[in-house]
Design a protein around this ligand. Sequence first.
Ligand SMILES: N[C@@H](CCC(=O)N[C@@H](CS)C(=O)NCC(=O)O)C(=O)O
Length: 212
Amino acid sequence: MLKLYAIPVSLYSAKTRVALRFKGLDWQELPPPGGYGSDEYKRIVASGNLPALDDDGFLIADSEAIAEYLEERFPEPPLLPNNAQDRARMRERSRFHDTRLEPALRALFANLTPDRRDTELNARQSLAMSERLGQLARLLDAAPDLAFGLGDCGFAVTFAWIDALTPRLGLHVNWPDPVRAYRAKLSNEAAVAAEFLTYLPRLQSWLDAKED
Ligand SMILES: N[C@@H](CCC(=O)N[C@@H](CS)C(=O)NCC(=O)O)C(=O)O
């Protein structure tokens, strides 16, 4: 059986679980041996990053590399469209998530503990995320011909994080209409809805615990 090194609240682990669910796969989820950031885990996964997938002894880390591997190993149902240009668009969307929108959110993780809350950082990252969502609205114009794919798994999770942090940190994020419609479409996807059944309550409890 596939093994996934992950922790429940990790954003990129949730992205990978959405891909696994979409493919209809079973997996066993394991915490990183020795704990998050431990030397023991780094002996297995050099970067120490989560998630990592173990397929019968073949180990691969990074959510994007994992999703591409799953796509080749388990082609149905597809996470990439047929046509080369649509595939490139789908990958472009995914990279935009991993390298543009999500890092703008991640910068706020430093602000999750109340005594370290920096209101200027909240304002700066609200602007940064709004700018990225505006750019996403333009990317969505050139939609690849596939209802749900590799490029969508991460957005579903990052949108949930932005929603969860908005009231907690008093963020002001501008959601363009096409992105709102895209977000609604993603939450209706069965793989996303199944992941959110457990992920959203865990995320809220984890964030609550940070407030204590
Ligand atoms: N680009 C990586 C990013 C993964 C990532 O940042 N994972 C976080 C958990 S959500 C992590 O492992 N952080 C600890 C670290 O970077 O050492 C991916 O897509 O898997």
